[in-house]
Ligand binder design. Sequence first.
Ligand SMILES: Cc1cc2nc3c(=O)[nH]c(=O)nc-3n(C[C@H](O)[C@H](O)[C@H](O)COP(=O)(O)OP(=O)(O)OC[C@H]3O[C@@H](n4cnc5c(N)ncnc54)[C@H](O)[C@@H]3O)c2cc1C
Length: 444
Amino acid sequence: MTDHRTRVLIIGGGFGGLFCAKGLGGADVDVTLIDRSAGHLFQPLLYQCATGTLSIGHISRPLREEFAGHRNITTLLGEALELDPDSRRVTARRPDESTFTVDYDVLVVAAGMRQSYFRNPQFEQWAPGMKTLDDALNIRQRLFTAFEIAETLPSGPDRDAWLTFAVAGGGPTGVELAGQIREMATRTLANEFHSIEPEDARVLLFDGGDRVLKSFAPELADRAAGTLQRLGVELRLGVHVTDVRREGVTVTPKAGGPEEQYAARTVLWTAGVEAVPFARHLAEVVGAPSDRSGRIEVEPDLSVAGHPEIFVIGDLVGRDDLPGVAENAMQGGLHVASCIRRELTGKPRRRYRYRDLGSAAYISRGNALLQVGPIRIAGFPGWLGWGFIHIAALTGVRNRASTVATWMATIGRSSRYHRAFMLGDSHATSDQRYTWSTCTEEPS
Ligand SMILES: Cc1cc2nc3c(=O)[nH]c(=O)nc-3n(C[C@H](O)[C@H](O)[C@H](O)COP(=O)(O)OP(=O)(O)OC[C@H]3O[C@@H](n4cnc5c(N)ncnc54)[C@H](O)[C@@H]3O)c2cc1C
């Protein structure tokens, strides 16, 4: 018997952690939710923030505000670093690098995945991924700055390289980004420059498969490819991006043949994901098997074998080929909350059962894909469905209302209202300010 209420510690306030905490609101437990960014981020609309349609406020909400009405839920800003499963204690780091510890009776790990560069971490300085608000703002800066730099250059290969945008990865995020860059170039920026023609911007989308959007039915993926090509996106399929540097990328055909070089001063990476470091640490200290990307093997109730007090949910779950989508994380969070509530009343846990409610992908203005079981919709009806799903899933009534208002204002016009970007540290050298502050590589 313990002399305190059950202490539930949730690591990560993304879709899984948020829904788990919501499911425990008002329950006879004390919940602590730790996140390294203090906010819930709506990742599916990150690309709209990166390309200037939405602000960071539209797609994120402070966890503290989210749970202000729940007396049994505390939210903390910190990055979980270490787990001691014997003493049931997690050590976390504050932004000032100092550390603190939190004890738990039940631990829920919902820390998600990060971008993977497939053992090429050096690519990251030239090719940001798209997982966090920082990534979105970094990409926004690079995109708009590229056009500004091109405007100041004489016509020639240098200027062409600044007007060439390479996107690695033909999944939903890569497709959305590539389409949005062409829309920015052909609509938003079309009449704003004097020296360059933004419409001339090349957008290259690279993928190793034989089609984009492999998680969608082939007929939907083919329609998306047609729409992208009409927009002016150049699809390069069946190739791997094998080098990324300051001046561009090298791609290698999967079927063999010579490498190809593309001069592109803006490279964006959406090609793969891997578990965040804390998840790898967890697997190690509790001896849980994990797959190559670091997804952790779990029992049918989502707990870790031999540790019924530790649950893993969301993208980190390595079981039954569960997909890395928001719906799986939300359902996992609610499932674990229900397990905890059931145990409080002496009832046994249930198995986790994922219900696939379908998927959607934005292709271009007025054009999206929607796939729900046998139902496959593309074009304008797909776009309406896509909009409805995303608005319904956004956190906070205010975020929903302002996102709808912003979309309405944007639909009829070519403007994007959230184009502002920062150039970083004003003490940095001009080169660092324009090009990715951590870069050290000299131009060859
Ligand atoms: C650009 C993009 C577009 C997407 N589009 C779609 C879509 O259209 N539809 C769809 O269904 N899914 C989409 N997804 C996938 C979906 O967002 C994920 O499946 C979902 O977010 C997974 O939820 P999660 O709770 O497992 O992890 P996340 O939502 O990633 O949350 C993890 C949280 O953990 C925190 N964290 C990480 N490490 C630590 C640590 N050590 N300590 C403390 N906190 C930590 C992070 O800050 C984050 O808040 C998209 C993902 C991306 C990146």
